[in-house]
Design a protein around this ligand. Sequence first.
Ligand code: DX5
Ligand code: ZN
Length: 216
Amino acid sequence: DKKIEVSPSVISGDLANLGSQVTLCEKSGADSFHLDVMDGHFVPNFTMGPDLIKAVRKVTEKRIDAHLMIERPDKYYRVFHDAGSDILLIHYEAPISLKLLFNRMAKENIDYGLVINPETPFSHVKDLVDGCKILLIMSVHPGFSGQSFLESSIPKIREARKYIDDNGIDCRIEIDGGINYENGKKAVEAGTDILVSASYIFYNNIAGSIEKLRSI
Ligand code: DX5
Ligand code: ZN
């Protein structure tokens, strides 16, 4: 059995005590951290910028993934990289050339992943996953935590898993949105490697819910 990674999305934590929340997650077994960056254009909400990532960087050595829900990732990826993110998760739906951007990032030795929204079929992006550290499949419409998991992501995970395995591509599959123990289990059975969760972790007992997700 391979190990499932749990990546808390700190957006739903107690932001006035961000440092201790991150430390508690880490002590409870969090494998990495997921930082949701929203610019009020690409999604109708605002969240964290590079300074917040810098703050989290100071308190953990775990991997930090910056989920860039912004209109111009090509303009800002370097800022988020310099702030301390290890992997930059870039949306397919951003109005830019992903091919060009990924080539540039590869040349600069900056790790990246590809994110797809619920309405984007996997077939549209399959030629882009080679070179990505992570394929992030959104199981809610991005913008807010606390939404319910969209079941349509399960067949999408299966399709991506098959393609990645059949082609021997070194890219992990991550799922984000509405994850709890029950649908986290379904997502893992379909082929997910990394579970992102905000409200299930932070609106419950933090240690207990991380442990529960890790036990899947
Ligand atoms: C949604 C974000 C998610 C979100 C997850 O736009 O990308 O990472 O914070 O929150 P939950 O787990 O509550 O759905
Ligand atoms: Zn996210």
